[in-house]
Design a protein around this ligand. Structure first.
Ligand SMILES: *Cc1c(COP(=O)(O)O)cnc(C)c1O
Length: 395
């Protein structure tokens, strides 16, 4: 039987029956592998539609670009936040039409903007003058939205600093976009990924509302769209509010900032919250070691590590729920990966435990690993292949 129940119950993450189905399905698969449960993605999409009915979902493809995930979301009616020509080609191959895509990366080559434009995409993000210049040449007349810098405080995986501009720069960009013959369409921000402080949406929305007012009063430009980014949580060890609670709070923030006059289009770009809980990584214990006779904690080496798809354990930022086979006393462990790189250690400080009966060759299940795992796994570092994935057959 699976343990780790002394620290958190399996039922917080999935039903025991579902877990047994995944375990059974994985039995003849070589480890490590990722098992994806599309039912969870369907439910996540439907929950967002239920709780944020006013928002259009642009799924952030990078979280999990599996063809099956994209096809499912395509059929459910989702739009897509696309970051590269490669993602674009994939989506076109899967029959997603260009009116359902935005080019949401602030860092883009002019020839890539031209490629998006040629394929029919007319919605582009920007946060800098030079980028706006490229868009005006390569995608004339398109809609542009302006990304604001956020601090990412409260996020387990912050995106701060790299993306977005200060509002004073945004004002310059909006002005210039008009001059360039582009259509200033709206304002975006990303509060930071796995954002556990819903108040971060509030401060960002206040800034957005100020920019809307400024554009209307100073430029006679009516901005029409808010893109509230991703940041909604997946279910890891550290607790978060429910999506329902996020939605209620965000609705209140929108009311506070916009009163009766909400912008006509509100976009969200969930990645982690859509795919995270849909994945289970099945891995195997390669070795168990004590570094000294007095060492309290044992080292447990799995056949997956930071390079195999668990890069978000950097700084132990994302703490996945991990379940071991076996039973017995809970023994404290350090968890590390199989590669010959000394940074390939997942958890040294965060308390993880294994049952005293755990042995080399036992399987270990890492839950909530559907987002930012396979798409991050390295290509043949130390010869290890990228993380394989399987779709759980419908039950
Ligand atoms: C990665 C990304 C997202 C997804 O964020 P999550 O926190 O995973 O939901 C959304 N928007 C943009 C622009 C992104 O780069």
């Amino acid at each position: 039987m699976v343990s780790q129940e002394y620290s958190f119950p399996l039922e917080n993450y999935m039903s025991r029956e579902k877990f047994e189905r995944i375990r059974e399905f994985a039995r003849d698969k070589e480890t490590p592998c990722l098992i994806l449960d599309l039912e969870v993605i369907r439910r996540n999409y439907e929950n967002l539609r239920t709780y944020l009915p006013y928002a259009t979902v642009y799924y952030a493809v990078k979280a999990n670009p599996d063809d099956a995930v994209i096809s499912l979301l395509r059929d459910l009616g989702s739009c897509f936040d696309v970051a590269s020509v490669y993602e674009l080609d994939q989506l076109l191959r899967l029959g997603v039409t260009p009116d359902r895509m935005s080019y949401g990366n602030t860092i883009k080559k002019e020839k890539d903007i031209a490629y998006f434009y040629e394929k029919g995409i007319r919605l582009f993000v920007t946060d800098s003058m030079q980028d706006l210049d490229k868009i005006s040449r390569a995608a004339p007349g398109s809609k542009v939205f302006f990304r604001l810098l956020t601090e990412g405080l409260g996020a387990d995986w912050p995106l701060s600093k790299k993306f977005g501009s200060h509002p004073d720069m945004a004002r310059q960009l909006i002005k210039t976009a008009v001059r360039f013959g582009l259509e200033p369409y709206g304002i975006s921000f990303h509060p930071g990924s796995q954002q556990r402080d819903v108040g971060q949406w509030s401060s960002a929305l206040t800034q957005v509302a100020q920019l809307f007012n400024w554009a209307r009063n100073e430029l006679k430009v009516d901005l029409r769209m808010i893109n509230m980014g991703g940041g909604f949580p997946a279910n890891y060890i550290e607790p978060t509010e429910s999506i329902q609670q996020y939605a209620e709070d965000i609705k209140r923030f929108l009311d506070n900032s916009f009163g009766q006059e909400w912008p006509e289009k509100i976009i969200i770009e969930p990645g982690r919250s859509m795919a995270g809980d849909a994945g289970v990584i099945v891995t195997e214990i390669v070795n168990i070691a004590r570094k000294s006779l007095h060492e309290h904690k044992q080292w447990v080496f799995l056949d997956i590590g930071r390079f195999g798809g668990l890069i978000e354990t950097l700084d132990e930022a994302i703490k996945y729920p991990i379940f071991f086979e076996g039973k017995g006393k809970a023994e404290p462990i350090i968890l590390a990966g199989p590669t010959c790189d000394s940074m390939d250690i997942m958890y040294e400080k965060t308390p993880y435990f294994m049952p005293s009966s755990a042995r080399i060759g036992d399987r270990v299940y890492i839950l909530s690993t559907g987002a930012y795992t396979q798409s991050y796994s390295s290509v043949y570092f130390n010869g290890f292949p990228p993380l394989r994935s399987y779709i759980l057959p419908e039950g």
